[in-house]
Design a protein around this ligand. Structure first.
Ligand SMILES: C=CC1=C(C)c2cc3[nH]c(cc4nc(cc5[nH]c(cc1n2)c(C)c5CCC(=O)O)C(CCC(=O)O)=C4C)c(C)c3C=C
Ligand code: FE2
Ligand code: FE2
Length: 320
């Protein structure tokens, strides 16, 4: 047995080729933690229909950002950077909820290394049953099926960690530096949307998002900011206002310079590279903004990696 600990980074995953889009969507729409469609016994059939119907449009979007999601490479590079900072006592692994490497593959790799202590670290800063909840449920299912005993610790949120806030603030500052020094810039935080029913049932996601925004804005006193929600994916009531409505609203109020700051994701993927950089940028141009920019994603930002390292070290101390 190894005396090292494994850090298992939990992330959503994304298609690694255009052929992977439909099976990726099938995995996602089959998961009742993220979406409930009809009674449980019917969901696999309905999920198949939705995945088939949705995939041509989604494939076109992935085609426009290079033919796949970059989320695997970006998460692997976060894992390597984290390993470097943590040093000899740790090895880092990645488990993707809806694509590769799967939770099963990740646990098998940890086992091959002879490691028995695992810190499962969700890469979603804000807790939601739809994201972290789903990944942790999957992990627990696979652990119980595998029959292998690991000593597990879970880190399921870090929306208010000072180093996460520092890392975001650095990116916001980089974004602001891309405007003329005398320009009056407003900030639009754009978080991933969630059906309102999750919040009504007690999901803390919205409170976590608001707290992150509050803490970041403590560093930018005097700058006007807004919060909106992007990437709805179905015909229910989602969090409001939507990012596209907010873009229209601000344009109508003569806002000319806008920095959009993506929240809820810690790396680039289709919703930054396509939805913001292509779709919202075109919309902003039509609406008459003079300058519309996105702050860079955290990816392997050294400050963000030191946040992850701090979370891992604290989890290790707590469970000695
Ligand atoms: C079905 C409902 C969905 C809910 C609820 C939802 C919540 C949610 N998702 C993220 C983060 C990501 N979502 C991504 C893609 C994606 N999400 C949904 C659906 C829901 N998400 C779909 C159908 C897709 C696929 C793309 C599409 O069809 O439009 C991704 C990107 C993966 C990648 O390309 O790399 C991320 C990341 C959060 C944070 C969240 C709620 C809090
Ligand atoms: Fe999503
Ligand atoms: Fe108004």
């Amino acid at each position: 047995m190894s005396d090292k600990a494994a850090v298992l980074l939990l992330q959503m995953g994304g298609p690694d080729s255009l052929d992977a889009v439909e099976p990726f969507l099938l995995n996602l729409f089959s998961d009742r933690d993220i979406i409930r469609i009809g009674p449980a016994f019917l969901q696999p059939f309905i999920a198949r229909l939705i995945a088939k119907r949705r995939s041509p449009g989604v494939e076109r979007k992935y085609e426009e950002i290079g033919g796949k999601s970059p989320i695997r490479e970006l998460t692997e590079s976060q894992a390597r950077a984290l390993e470097e900072v943590l040093g000899d006592g740790y090895r880092c692994f990645v488990a993707m909820r809806y694509w590769k490497p799967s939770t099963m593959e990740a646990l098998a790799a940890i086992r091959r290394e002879g490691i028995s202590r695992v810190i499962a670290l969700s890469l979603y800063p804000h807790y939601s049953r739809a994201t972290t909840g789903s990944s942790v449920n999957e992990l627990k299912r696979v652990l119980s099926q595998s029959g292998v005993q690991f000593q597990m610790t879970y880190v399921d949120r870090f929306f208010d960690h000072p180093l996460y806030i520092d890392a975001l603030a650095e990116k916001v500052q980089e974004g602001l530096d891309d405007f003329h020094p005398l320009a009056e810039v407003q900030i639009l935080f754009s978080a991933h949307s969630l059906p309102q029913s999750f919040i009504d049932e007690g999901d803390p996601y919205l409170d976590h998002i608001r707290e992150t925004v509050r803490l970041v804005m403590e560093r930018f006193e005097g700058v006007t900011h807004h919060l909106a929600f992007q990437s709805r994916a179905g015909p229910v009531k989602w969090l409001e206002p939507s990012t596209d409505e907010m873009l229209e609203h601000l344009a109508a109020h003569q806002v000319k310079n806008l920095l959009i700051v993506p929240l809820s994701f810690v790396s680039d993927h289709i919703e930054t590279l396509h939805e913001i950089d292509i779709e919202y940028a075109q919309e902003a141009h039509k609406l008459g903004y003079s300058r519309f920019r996105r702050s860079p994603s955290l990816n392997a930002s050294p400050t963000f990696i030191s946040c992850l390292a701090d979370l891992v070290r604290k989890a290790t101390e707590d469970h000695g």
